[in-house]
Structure formats: structure tokens, C-alpha cells
Design a protein around this ligand. Structure first.
Ligand SMILES: NC(=O)c1ccc[n+]([C@@H]2O[C@H](COP(=O)([O-])OP(=O)(O)OC[C@H]3O[C@@H](n4cnc5c(N)ncnc54)[C@H](OP(=O)(O)O)[C@@H]3O)[C@@H](O)[C@H]2O)c1
Length: 337
């Protein structure tokens, strides 16, 4: 089999960085190029064995031209913007026509698409299955990621083979060279460290499905292998949640508080409602949430419960089953920073 040329975005980030490590283990089959902003981090990736393309996703013509040289694009850096994915799809389509490349897009999405605004007061019961394609069609276009998901899944499959990987609340310390931490559980950890309080939104009664970042990486690889072999569903039936556990926020924060109390960094483990100023604190909350007031409360207090039925059907077996197990290690990384 000829070597598969893969373009990966988001490799300086948490999810893309961890995935890169697994992709590079397959160097006899895959030639991995990372698209990064700025030259200063290039040598780090070159030392790891990746090839580097410097550029921004804001330049759509550049994305199309770049993608035309690849068999596969794994788009991790963005999960909302139709324009970016359209640019990749056009490039892949051109590469297939002109250079007989394979033309596969794996698009990262997110289970925020079924997020319920429960404000930490309760958790909704419904668990969404990715096999229930009909139910997805009834979701509003305004739901997070939805417009992009539709565009990618409806793309003509004779032109580009598309599949969507939809992470839940991803946890655990990543193996990538730059950002190694996620954002939901980490926001509660940062808040507890900075304010010395076990903050939750509302009562912390909301539930998120979750997955360890290393299991997410094996999901990308399993899907990639299946798409290259032509053995897994794609297009309209190509939506894959990634989930191996679920946890109530109150339990996560309770564990955070116990870990910090043991270190002498928290007096007690009583849960306290997170005030608005903490929900807007850039030292706690990701930039995107700070820019859009209301989003932090929605994400940290919301409920998103899904089942990775489609991935399990194609043989994906997660190794990690409880996000609570990762809390101590995440806190160690935060404290060492
Ligand atoms: N983490 C989760 O729990 C989770 C769950 C569901 C969905 N997702 C989605 O998965 C995606 C990746 O998440 P993450 O946690 O890995 O985020 P992250 O650590 O913040 O990484 C984001 C990556 O995107 C890159 N990027 C952003 N804008 C760019 C641009 N204009 N041009 C080129 N690169 C750009 C960043 O590069 P720089 O280093 O240059 O900034 C970085 O490599 C996001 O779309 C997120 O919404 C994440």
C-alpha cells in the first residue's frame, strides 16, 4: 500500500497534539503534516517526525491549495466554521481529480450539539445514540456544531469521503508537545486552585458524558483505518460520538476538592455556587467562553449525555472508564505550570 499523506490541524492543541503522537507511531504507513500558526514551534514537530506547514486557517484559499496535496485531512482546530471545512473539502476534491489522491475528511465536532441548558440544577435523562440519524435531523440548526455537521455529512461522497468524530467532555493529560489540558473539568480545577473554593454551577447536578484523550486518539485512528479500508460508514451515516463514561459535575468537583485538601490547598470540600465573576475569569475559563458571556455557564452547568454506539460497532474499545481517575494528574500539571 502506498504511503497515506495526512494533514492534521490543531496539533499545538490538546486533542490534535495527543492524536499526533499516535499517528506518528504509524510512520511506515502515514506521512503526517501538521498545519500550525507561526514558525517558532516548527522544530518541535520536526523532531517528533512530523512535517510542518505554517499558515492560518483564516486563509481559505491557502487551505484549499494545501489540502489538494493530501489523501486525508483530519480537522481538529475548528469544529464550528463551515468555511474552513468547505475549503478543505474543495482541496481534497481537487487533489482526487488531479492527482488521484484518496480524498477523506475526518471532521472534529462535539457533543455540545445535544447540550441541555440545565444550569447545574438537574440532569436530563435522554442519552443520545449516534445511530439515531433521524433524531439528529430534528436538532435545530443553531445547536453548536450542527451547521458544520450537516454540511460535512451531506457532502457528495463520490467527491470526498467524510466522517465526523464528536468528542464529549475530554479529560486526562494529553501527550502533545504544547497544550496538554482540556477545558471543562480543568475550569473547575483552575477555579478551586485560584479561589480556594470547590465551585460548581448551580448545584453541580448536571452530567456530561466523557472520554479520556488517549481513547479519543484511538477513536480517530480506528475511524481513519476503517475509512481507508472502506469498511466503515461515512457521509450521512458517518457521525461518531466518542464516550466511555459519564459523570455528575458535583462528583468531579468533590474529587478535585479532596485532592486539593490533601495538598493543603483547600480548607474544606463543601461545594459552593460559582459566582459570575469566576465564570468570566480568563484565568479559569477558555477564551471563547470569556468572549461570549453565558457560554461558560451553559457548558459548565449543562448536560450532554451520549452513547458511542457507532464506534463500538466498528471495534473501538476504550481503556479508561472514569474521569475522576484523571483529576489528581491534571491538578499536578496545573500546579507545576
Ligand atoms: N477538549 C474537549 O473536551 C472538546 C470536546 C468537544 C469538542 N472539542 C473541539 O475540538 C477542537 C479542539 O479542541 P482542543 O481541546 O484540542 O482545543 P485547543 O487545545 O484549544 O486547541 C486548538 C487548536 O486549534 C488551533 N487553531 C485555532 N485557531 C486556528 C487558526 N486560525 N489557524 C490554525 N490553527 C488554529 C490552535 O493553534 P494555536 O496553538 O496556534 O492557538 C490549537 O492547535 C475544538 O474545536 C473544540 O471545540 C473539544
Amino acid at each position: 500500500m502506498s504511503i497515506v499523506k495526512i494533514l492534521l490541524t490543531g496539533a499545538t492543541g490538546y486533542i490534535g497534539g495527543d492524536l499526533l503522537i499516535d499517528l506518528l507511531k504509524r510512520s511506515s504507513e502515514f506521512e503526517v503534516h501538521v498545519l500550525i500558526r507561526g514558525n517558532e514551534r516548527s522544530s518541535t514537530f520536526e523532531k517528533l517526525g512530523a512535517k510542518v506547514i505554517v499558515g492560518s486557517q483564516d486563509d481559505l484559499d491557502f487551505l484549499t491549495k494545501t489540502a489538494s496535496g493530501f489523501d486525508v485531512v483530519i480537522s481538529v482546530a475548528d469544529s464550528m466554521d463551515v468555511g474552513i471545512s468547505k475549503a478543505f473539502l474543495l482541496g481534497l476534491e481537487q487533489g482526487k481529480q488531479q492527482h488521484h489522491h484518496k480524498a477523506i475528511l475526518i471532521q472534529t465536532s462535539g457533543s455540545g450539539v445535544v447540550l441541555e441548558p440545565t444550569a447545574g440544577e438537574y440532569a436530563t435523562e435522554k442519552i443520545w445514540s449516534d445511530l439515531d440519524v433521524q433524531a439528529f435531523y430534528e436538532l435545530p440548526l443553531q445547536a453548536p456544531h450542527r451547521e458544520l455537521d450537516i454540511f460535512v455529512s451531506e457532502y457528495p461522497q463520490d467527491k470526498v469521503t467524510t466522517a465526523i468524530l464528536s468528542p464529549t467532555n475530554i479529560y486526562g493529560v494529553g501527550r502533545g508537545p504544547y497544550n496538554r489540558l482540556s477545558f471543562i473539568n480543568i475550569a473547575f480545577e483552575r477555579a478551586a486552585i485560584k479561589y480556594r473554593k470547590a465551585y460548581v454551577v448551580g448545584k453541580g447536578a448536571n452530567i456530561w458524558s466523557s472520554s479520556h484523550v488517549k481513547d479519543l486518539s484511538t477513536a480517530y485512528i480506528r475511524l481513519l483505518d476503517g475509512l481507508l479500508q472502506g469498511t466503515v460508514s461515512h457521509g450521512l451515516e458517518g457521525y461518531y460520538f466518542v464516550e466511555s463514561s459519564q459523570s455528575r459535575t458535583a462528583e468531579v468537583v468533590q474529587r478535585i476538592a479532596q485532592v486539593l485538601q490533601k495538598k493543603g490547598l483547600l480548607e474544606d470540600t463543601n461545594l459552593v455556587e460559582m459566582p459570575d465573576e469566576v465564570l468570566q475569569d480568563p484565568a479559569v475559563i477558555p477564551a471563547l467562553f470569556v468572549e461570549h458571556p453565558g457560554l461558560a455557564k451553559l457548558a459548565l452547568g449543562g448536560t450532554s449525555r451520549v452513547s458511542a454506539d457507532r464506534l463500538r460497532k466498528i471495534g473501538w474499545k476504550p481503556k479508561y472508564e472514569d474521569s475522576l481517575d484523571a483529576v489528581a494528574e491534571e491538578i499536578d500539571v496545573l500546579l507545576a505550570a
